[in-house]
Design a protein around this ligand. Sequence first.
Ligand SMILES: Nc1ncnc2c1ncn2[C@@H]1O[C@H](COP(=O)(O)OP(=O)(O)OP(=O)(O)O)[C@@H](O)[C@H]1O
Ligand SMILES: [Mg+2]
Length: 255
Amino acid sequence: MRLGPGPAAPIDAKRPGALLEVRHLTKRFGGVIAVNDVSFVLPRNEILAVVGPNGAGKTTLFGLICGFLRNDQGKVQFDGRDVTGLPPHVIAKLGMVRSFQIVQMFPDLTVHETVVAAAMLHHALPAARRLADEILEELDLAEKRKELASSLPIQSRKRLELAKCVATDPKLIILDEVMAGLTLVEAEVPIAAIRKLRDRGITFLMVEHVMPVVMRLADRMLVLNFGELIMQGTPEEVMSHPDVQDAYLGAALDA
Ligand SMILES: Nc1ncnc2c1ncn2[C@@H]1O[C@H](COP(=O)(O)OP(=O)(O)OP(=O)(O)O)[C@@H](O)[C@H]1O
Ligand SMILES: [Mg+2]
């Protein structure tokens, strides 16, 4: 059943304008249409969660938006500019950064050096070091600052992914399953950090399978299935829809 993309998101006075607009985005891998004619608007300062079963096209969608993958059709508009086809480092400099679902670290850098390297996108070394100190403190990673990033357990690596994003002074952070593998107690640190960052004006687009986290954090949700955007709404609207619950989120609800 196709539920349709639903009405456009209401944009209230406190959140003027869209930060990100995705129009008719499409990506094929051979015979597979991984992302199929997806359009949505992300208002400034919103936390938008993308959900859907394995293989629905979530990571591919993020790759297209951030310039890591070439789209076959469609457009990505960010902060008033057409960024379709721009390389990731140019898009990052404009203020859109992403984390990776499969975390890879520079093998020789410590936790602190990793965040300093990200902060140097916009800052000279002394300021980048100070910023990295603040961010590691905020994300409860200060004690691990001298450890090799590649030696961290997965929970801390995911937090380091978030720290790297924050260090680039972004307008939009795109998070691909940064809570995966965390208990709800362990997720408290990143949840609190994301809320605080949003209060400071950062917008978030996230894929997250841990539904209690999505319900607590997201203002709105998009549901993807077989590459298509089948529904959008508040977490309550989406989760209470019987078709979504039965067909698409049953497995994730148990996670
Ligand atoms: N580089 C690639 N080459 C070929 N097919 C790909 C490639 N990347 C993704 N796909 C296919 O595109 C579809 C969407 O994959 P994608 O990784 O975007 O899904 P996802 O929603 O992120 O899944 P998951 O929840 O497992 O992370 C799948 O059918 C996948 O096999
Ligand atoms: Mg994925």
